[in-house]
Design a protein around this ligand. Sequence first.
Ligand SMILES: [Zn+2]
Length: 354
Amino acid sequence: MKSIAAILGAFILTGQASAVSLLLPPKKPKNIILMIGDGTGLVHLYAAYVAKGGQLDIYAFAKHIGLSITASANDFVTDSAAGATALSIGSKTNNGMIGVLPDSSKRETIAETAAKKGLSTGAVVTCELPHATPAAFYAHQPSRKMYAEIVKDMTANTAASILIGGGLPYFDTNALKSAGYSVSVGTETMSKNTGKRQICFIDTLKEPLPVAQRGPTLVHGSVHAIQHLSKNKKGFFLMIEGSQIDWGAHNNDSAHTIAEAIDFDLAAGEVLKWAKNNKRTLVIITADHECGGLTLHDYDKVNKRPTMNFSSGHHTAEPVPVYAFGPGSEAFSGVYQNTAIYHKMMDLLNLKSK
Ligand SMILES: [Zn+2]
C-alpha cells in the first residue's frame, strides 16, 4: 500500500494541489473577531449597500453565509442581553439576563475561557460599556439594568486586555487603575494608550453620540484593539459591536440606521483587510436580532437611499444572517440556533465549555 507521503508526492508532481488540500485537515484559526451589528437584519445591511451606491465590504469579503435563529429561552423575540448571552456562553437565557442561565447561575463566557487558555481578549462598542452586549461577555448578572453590579464585574474581570466604548461616568477610574487598567478618554488619546490592559473611553458621556457627531470611533477602536491584541502569539478573541444600528431602528430613523450600518461596514472593511493579510484570523459578522421589521419598498432619489418602512419599533423574530471569512468560515454555512455560533467558535479555538 502506498504511504500518505507517496500519494501526496504524486499529487504535487502531477500538479494536483487542490487534491492535496483535500487530504489535509481543515485549517483552524488562531484569532477570532466576532462582529455584532445590534438589531441588524438582512435588510439593514442591504439598505447600507444601496445607500453606498452598491458597495459593502461585508458583502465583498463574505465567503460563507448562514442564518441564526435568535429566540431567547423565555420569548419568541429576544432582547440584546439574551441575544448576546447566547453568543457568549452558548446557552439560551431569559430576556434581560447577562452571562447567566435562566436560573441565574453563572456560566463562563468564551472571552473568559479564551483568556484562561492564554489568549488575549477584548471588546469595542459604540454604546456604553455596561450595556447588554459587551456586558454579556464580561459580566454575570440576572438583569441588564444592574449597571452598578455589571460595572463591578467588568472592573474585576481579568479576562479583558482591552475595552473600548462609552460610559465613563458609570466607572470608578481609580478602581479601574487598581485593577491594572490603563485608562484613556477620547479617540485621539486612544492611540497613545499603550498599557498592557487598556480601557479606552471614546468620550466623557454616559451614552455615546450617534455616528454623525461621534465620528468613526468604531473604525479607530477596532484597529487599535487588533494592534494591541495581535501582540499575543497565542492568539486573541475580539468582539466588536455596531451598537447603535439597533437604536436607529427602534426610533424608525432611516438616516441614523443607515449611517450606523455604514459605520459598521467601515469597521468590518478594516477588520477584513487585516484578516486577509493575517491568514489565521476568522471573522464572523452577525447580529443578536433584527430590529424594526424593516422592509424596502422603493428608492428615494432625493436622499439617495431606499425608502424604508419599519413595521415595528421593537425587535422581531426574523433570523439574522451570519457572514464568515477566513479559516473555519465554512462551519458557519447553514441554518442554526444563535447558541451554535458559540460552540463553533469554541471548537475552532480548541476551547472547552465550562
Ligand atoms: Zn434593541
